[in-house]
Design a protein around this ligand. Structure first.
Ligand SMILES: *Cc1c(COP(=O)(O)O)cnc(C)c1O
Length: 376
């Protein structure tokens, strides 16, 4: 484990438990060693054997024809949207809480001229299928755009890492197939979904045409995402990656970490899920008036907490968690997500001791803030 300890103002060591997100997870020792020894070449010429191997193994793992290694999840989604919507006047149908719609700068419209039409995202990360059916525009009237892609997200980030049901994906596929429309899965954390459902990654993506997942989140790699799909789709994706400036040269240096991740980091995600549940359970057991969690919704490595306090904001709560005093030498970092929501995410570097310290600190601050309400 890599420790994160700093010297506090009081001269004593301060332990930091950083629960903001899993993207901050650092590569494992095994990854660093693999990176050091990686065989490399120019990947734009298709000559980096480590990248090629990572792409081959990823495609196999996902049960798709081919795969491409790209810089980020955002780039993978943008490439997928561009490859599926190659004609002008295309529209994508996506949930209104989807990462692509909310948190990728509107890249589909900004860079690719694609319109996104949204359906309300339900609490479990799905959307209504009748609405989907009604929204599809195929052979449309001259006034209308052409629905060219349906986008699903799994696990669903803004829904708190919820795993989308397999039966729902199958139904979306049924509707898409009726109209000949492809489905892309933004599966940034799809490996967490596979681990939660105890099924293979291949099964999670069976009903979608293309999928991407992040190596740089819970899987611990320093950089990178994989985008997979049909051979024809990946040929298009390779061309689009280049125009977006994503053609990279001796990328085997980082692909080497990806290969280690596929071998060693997927099954262990269950530990992150257990840790997230442990934190959520400790908070839930308090029955606090200010911080609420629905335990049934904590399925993977993300916890969404609803924060309600009459006078102190979620920002105040976050700041207090990261403050240390002689009596509480632990700094806990979390994120405020929208108004009144606090998000916690677990990842491989958080061992039992870190999780227990974080729980202690969170309970301490909840109690302190509750006292403030009773004085009102
Ligand atoms: C993190 C994330 C992305 C974007 O990945 P980056 O590598 O940060 O660009 C896309 N979709 C979802 C659901 C995510 O959680």
């Amino acid at each position: 484990m890599y420790e994160k300890i700093i010297k506090g103002d009081l001269g004593a060591d301060v332990k930091i438990v950083d629960l903001r997100t899993d993207t901050i997870s650092r590569p494992t020792t095994e990854m660093r060693e693999a990176m050091y020894g990686a065989e490399v070449g120019d990947d734009v010429y298709g000559e980096d054997p480590t990248v090629t191997e990572l792409e081959r193994r990823s495609a196999e793992l996902l049960g798709k024809d081919d795969a491409i290694f790209v810089v980020s999840g955002t780039m993978a989604n943008l490439i997928a949207m561009m490859a599926h919507c190659s004609h002008r006047g295309s529209e994508i149908i996506a949930g209104d809480k989807s990462h692509t719609f909310r948190l990728e700068q509107g890249g589909a419209s900004q860079l690719a001229g694609i319109q996104t039409s949204t359906i309300k995202t339900k609490d479990d990360g799905t959307f209504d299928l009748d609405e989907l059916r009604n929204m599809i525009r195929k052979n449309p009237d001259i006034h209308e755009p052409i629905t060219s892609l349906i986008l699903v997200e799994n696990t669903h980030n803004l829904c708190g890492g919820r795993v989308v049901p397999l039966e729902w994906l199958e139904k979306v596929n049924g509707i898409a197939a009726e109209h000949g429309i492809p489905i892309h899965m933004d599966g940034a954390r799809m490996m967490n979904a596979a681990v939660h459902l105890k099924v293979t990654p291949r099964r999670i993506v069976r009903d979608v045409d293309s999928v991407c997942f992040c190596l740089s989140k819970g899987l611990g790699c320093p950089i990178g995402s994989i985008l997979a799909g049909s051979a024809d789709f990946i040929t298009k994706a390779r061309r689009i990656r280049k125009v977006l400036g994503g053609g990279w040269r001796q990328a085997g240096i980082i692909a080497a970490a990806g290969l280690v991740a596929l071998e060693t980091m997927i099954d262990r995600l269950k530990i992150d899920h257990e840790n997230a549940y442990k934190i959520a359970k400790a908070i839930s057991d308090l029955n606090s008036r200010i911080l609420h969690v629905d335990l049934d919704k904590v399925q993977t490595n993300i916890i969404m907490l609803k924060y309600t306090h009459p006078t102190k904001t979620a920002g105040d709560f976050l700041r207090r968690l990261s403050e240390v005093k002689a009596s509480d030498p632990v700094k806990v970092s979390v994120r405020v997500m929208g108004r009144g929501f606090i998000r916690i995410v677990t990842y491989w570097e958080l061992d039992n001791e870190s999780i227990d310290l974080a729980i202690k600190k969170i309970i301490y601050v909840i109690r302190e803030f509750e006292k403030l309400t009773s004085k009102l």
